[in-house]
Each structure stands twice: as structure tokens, then as C-alpha cells.
Design a protein around this ligand. Structure first.
Ligand code: NAP
Length: 285
């Protein structure tokens, strides 16, 4: 039976650490603050925002909601984001994406002040991830993957890691971060010839393809660590499932994250961590 790497203990430990750092900052007169910029009121955004609200409250982070109507223009959105950038009391800026159709997402992302970019929306943050420098921040989900591996003591230096997916929000940044942790990384995608062979050969696999069950028993190897980032709705079962066929893979591998209750449970804690780190950087800590 595989070791179950649940997200909740990871998030709990992160929240404790982040709350301590936020409290130290507050004692020095700096209250970490996150601005969430939202256009319209889609349920997915509202639900994510509720999760952020709870997490920030637990960490001692102030939250400011910057709300724009469905009919706002790209110029109005850019101005609102620029105002957040100019506000010295705000340390982090999160733009709810994807934006409603018709808005210029690239322009909106580019308007975020790089030092406040807590979810890797800007080119500066991406460059920081690729160069391994503390410029901006990696995407919160990519960070969550790394925090799960760290919390459960997964050795990465010298390990063979396989990442399934090459998107800019998960696959590529996770590949870079694993490489930064001295793993030897293979990044697979939809044109990879033999996905199962690459996966089987790895000590650590991160699956972020957005296809339920793409990582099945043929991809799994004994002792392997499997992190499932996928979130898919299974119509038949009427529940969320990951990209890993949990029932078939869990008996084979050494450790595995569940879905739900795995990586997804750690994302807002990583966001909180980024906000506090941005506040620390703003005062040269
Ligand atoms: P995405 O932009 O659609 O990228 C999917 C990647 O998977 C692409 O690089 C694609 O390859 C690759 N892929 C697709 N089919 C494949 C196949 N048969 N074999 C190998 N690779 C394949 O998705 P994403 O935004 O990265 O998200 C990935 C998953 O993570 C989704 O299920 C999403 O819902 C989930 N997610 C989870 C969280 C969380 O907090 N847990 C947060 C965000 C997203 P190509 O580049 O060749 O097309």
C-alpha cells in the first residue's frame, strides 16, 4: 500500500509558518496585504476567492477586493491593476484568470507590478522561475507540488523526475523547479512517443495533463512517488478525479497524492506564503 500524501497537513504546516512570519512583520508595522482583482462574478472565481479569504485570515494577511463589472474595458482593468501596483500598502496582486472573453489578458498580466506578482502572471516571474532567482513568484500550483514533495521528505537531488504536461502554469515551471532541486527531469506532452515508458523509469512523477486516468498501472513502478495535479469531473461517478487512475496505481507505487485532498488543498497556502514573502522583500528582509 502506498503512503498517502494528503495536502491538508502540508497546508497546515505552511499556514503556521506563514502566520508566524506575518506576525513578525506586523510587529514591525507592516501588515501583509493581498489585492484580488476580479472581473464579473463567475462561480469558479467566487469559490476560489472564498478559499483565499479563509486562508489569508488564518495567516494574518489583509485582503482587498478590486472588483470590476462584466462590461469593463481592457483599459479600465489595466488602470485598476496599475493602481494596485502603486499602492505601497499592497504587497501581492492576484488577477482572477481566465478573464471574460474580449478582455486583453496579456495586457492585464503585464500591468501587474513584478514584485507583487504572487501567481506568476508576468514574464518577469517566469524568468525568475527559469533562472532560479527570487524575481516575482512561481505559479501557486507549481509551488504546491514542490511543497508536497518537501513536506513528505521526498529526496529530489539526483532523482529521475518525469513531468506529464508542459503548460506555462504547471508543467514547465514544475520541471524547472524540480531541476532547481537537482532532479534529472523529463517533460512529457501530447506528442511524447511512449509516455508509460518515461513515467515507469522515473523515481518521481508529476502528472498535470488534464486527462482523467492518463497515468494508469502501465505508467507506475514500485516505490515511485506520484503527484497528481489533475482535476477532472467524472460524469459517471459524479465526483472529482485526478489524472492518475488511483485505484490501479496506488497498490503499485510507494507514495501518491489523492484527488481531491492532495495538491489542490495546498495552493492557497502557497499563495499566502508568496504574499508574506513579497511583504518581507518590500522591507528588505
Ligand atoms: P493544459 O494547459 O491543458 O496543459 C495540459 C498539458 O498536458 C499540455 O502540455 C499537454 O501537451 C499535456 N497533455 C495532454 N494530453 C497528453 C497526453 N495524452 N500525454 C501527455 N501529455 C499530454 O492544462 P494545465 O493548466 O497545465 O492543467 C493540468 C491539469 O491540472 C488540469 O486537470 C487542471 O484542471 C489541473 N489544475 C490543478 C490545479 C490544482 O490546484 N490542483 C490548479 C490548476 C490546474 P501539449 O502541450 O502537447 O498540448
Amino acid at each position: 500500500m502506498a503512503r498517502l500524501m494528503r495536502g491538508a497537513p502540508v497546508a497546515k504546516a505552511l499556514v503556521e509558518e506563514v502566520a508566524g512570519r506575518a506576525s513578525a512583520l506586523a510587529s514591525a508595522g507592516v501588515v501583509p496585504k493581498l489585492a484580488v482583482v476580479r472581473v464579473g462574478a463567475r462561480e469558479a472565481d467566487l469559490s476560489y476567492e472564498r478559499g483565499i479569504e479563509k486562508r489569508c485570515a488564518a495567516c494574518g494577511i489583509e485582503l482587498e477586493h478590486v472588483l470590476l463589472g462584466d462590461r469593463c474595458t481592457s483599459a479600465e482593468l489595466v488602470s485598476a491593476i496599475e493602481r494596485v501596483g502603486e499602492d505601497a500598502t499592497v504587497h501581492g496582486c492576484l488577477l482572477m484568470r481566465p478573464l471574460p472573453e474580449g478582455l486583453d489578458e496579456a495586457a492585464a498580466c503585464a500591468a501587474i507590478a513584478p514584485e507583487k506578482d504572487v501567481d506568476c502572471a508576468t514574464a518577469a516571474s517566469l524568468l525568475g522561475v527559469f533562472e532560479g532567482r527570487a524575481v516575482g513568484f512561481p505559479p501557486c500550483t507549481a509551488e504546491a507540488v514542490m511543497q508536497v514533495l518537501r513536506h513528505y521528505g521526498v529526496a529530489l537531488a539526483g532523482a529521475d523526475a518525469c513531468v506529464v504536461g508542459r503548460s506555462l502554469v504547471i508543467g514547465r515551471p514544475v520541471s524547472m523547479m524540480l531541476m532547481g532541486a537537482d532532479a534529472t527531469v523529463t517533460t512529457c506532452h501530447s506528442r511524447t512517443r511512449d509516455l508509460a515508458a518515461h513515467c515507469r523509469a522515473a523515481d518521481v512523477v508529476v502528472v498535470a495533463a488534464g486527462h482523467a486516468g492518463i497515468f494508469d498501472a502501465s505508467c507506475a513502478a514500485p516505490g515511485q512517488v506520484v503527484v497528481d495535479v489533475g482535476i477532472n469531473w467524472d460524469e459517471e461517478a459524479g465526483r472529482l478525479v485526478g489524472d492518475v487512475d488511483f485505484g490501479a496505481v496506488e497498490p503499485v507505487v510507494g507514495a501518491i497524492t489523492p484527488v481531491p485532498g492532495g495538491v489542490g488543498a495546498v495552493t492557497t497556502a502557497c499563495l499566502a506564503m508568496h504574499v508574506v514573502e513579497a511583504a518581507e522583500r518590500s522591507v528588505g528582509r
